[in-house]
Design a protein around this ligand. Structure first.
Ligand code: ACO
Length: 376
């Protein structure tokens, strides 16, 4: 307990084989495969298989994995009822955190943490998180829920349940790519939270609800909603520069920029930038992309020298908007993708567990006399 690093910056606290990040060169790999290759050629389901098994599946294995996920799309009646009892005014991130926790109430063996049990529970959460979000969206709008369609992939099925019609292949592919890009990312704050909780030999529901709570913070996954709100405050493309300069002059941080690990361009942002541009063009949202590009140009001039570039959240905001997602479902989409990575980390942690228990630098007084109430 001799070294101290505020925010654990630079501290290596676990080993992983799942994702590799080179923050200087802007590299991200899952099991050694560059993220761009997975985004171009894989699917979300295949990427989760890769992370959970340490290798790509054969055709038969992937078919079986897909079938197993689809078989679990429908939530139990208890979970479905709970979604319908959530206050419609609640934020979806609070709803999803509450529901992830509630799964433990209806699981006959909620505390089982042997690896097959963790995989089994993780599969259910992976398959049903989109259903819960879609049901909640209908519940708060007062529209009829759309039951899952097991003939569809996870991304297609989510958009189908949300909108009541099959998405176009372009939209389904765009969402699927977003999920792949968001699946894992080293020992980020939410993954660390999940690993820390499971290291006490607690349960998957406690670990993942802690992770959801961590992810919603504006310094972490909540930034994608912050980006969209900021874009909404900028009336025209030409006013973007003054808006950003004003924020920087007030020493405010620009959501969607900067990263604890990347000091060069986040490779996920490079991919999302191209996707956002294409979708914005296709959906009549060109202004949104142009505003984003203008913000990036200002930030490049002002902050690139300090290693501050767009992160994954910056262009995912435009992408999600063009896919037609409501603003407060942006961060929940991050949850849907990251459940794959969090679960992989739980399996990895439990396979070679050691309780997380860092030290703390005490800065308070010593030997203080207890003052009786009458003397205070
Ligand atoms: N806009 C303007 N300046 C910034 C930004 C930003 N987005 N990010 C960092 N800086 C500046 C800081 O003001 C600071 O400047 P200073 O040295 O003059 O004081 C310097 O860069 C270092 O900033 P820190 O906050 O110490 O860097 P850290 O490594 O802790 O930050 C973080 C990483 C928290 C992500 C930060 O960049 C930030 O708050 N970004 C905005 C929120 C965001 O987009 N979060 C999503 C991250 S990706 C993810 O979690 C999925």
């Amino acid at each position: 307990m001799s070294s101290y690093s505020k925010g654990l910056e630079g501290v290596i606290a676990a080993e992983t084989r799942l994702s590799f990040i080179d923050g200087e060169k802007g590299v991200l790999e899952y099991l050694g495969i560059p993220i761009g290759e997975l985004a171009s050629h894989s699917t979300f389901e295949e990427t989760v298989f890769l992370l959970w098994n340490g290798r790509l599946p054969s055709r038969d294995e992937l078919d079986a994995f897909n079938a197993e996920i689809r078989r679990r799309y429908d939530p139990s009646k208890e979970i479905a009822r709970l979604v319908m009892e959530m206050p419609g005014s609640g934020e979806p991130m609070h709803v999803i955190r509450t529901l992830v926790s509630a799964f433990g109430l209806f699981d006959p063996s909620p505390n089982a943490i042997d690896l097959p049990s963790i995989r089994d529970k993780a599969l259910t959460l992976l398959a049903q998180t989109p259903t819960i979000l879609a049901y909640f969206q209908h519940h708060r709008r007062g529209t009829a829920i759309v039951l899952p369609d097991r003939s569809l992939s996870l991304a297609e099925n989510f958009l189908y349940m949300l909108n009541g019609k099959r998405p176009t292949p372009t939209m389904a592919k765009a969402l699927d790519v977003c999920l792949v890009l968001h699946t894992d990312h080293g020992l980020n704050n939410s993954t660390f939270s999940a690993r820390s909780v499971i290291s006490t030999e607690s349960d998957i529901y406690s670990a993942l609800s802690a992770a959801v709570g961590s992810l919603r913070g504006p310094l972490h996954g909540g930034a994608n909603e912050g980006v969209m709100k900021m874009l909404g405050q900028i009336p025209t493309v030409d006013s973007a520069e003054a808006f950003i300069q004003d924020k920087l002059a007030r020493k405010e941080k620009i959501p969607g920029f900067g990263h604890r690990v990347y000091k060069s361009y986040d490779p996920r942002a490079s991919y999302l930038k191209v996707l956002a541009r294409q979708l914005a063009e296709d959906t009549g949202n060109r202004d949104l992309y142009e505003k984003s590009a203008r913000i990036e140009a200002v930030m490049d001039r002002e902050k690139a020298a300090k290693g501050i570039y767009p992160n994954v959240d910056f262009y995912s905001a435009t992408t999600y908007h063009c896919i037609g997602l409501p603003l407060d479902l942006f961060t929940p989409m991050f949850v849907v993708g990251r459940i794959g990575g969090w679960s992989a980390h739980l399996l990895e942690q439990l396979a070679d567990n050691r309780l997380f228990r860092p030290g703390v630098l005490y800065t308070g007084p010593h030997g203080v006399r207890y003052t009786p109430m009458s003397e205070r």
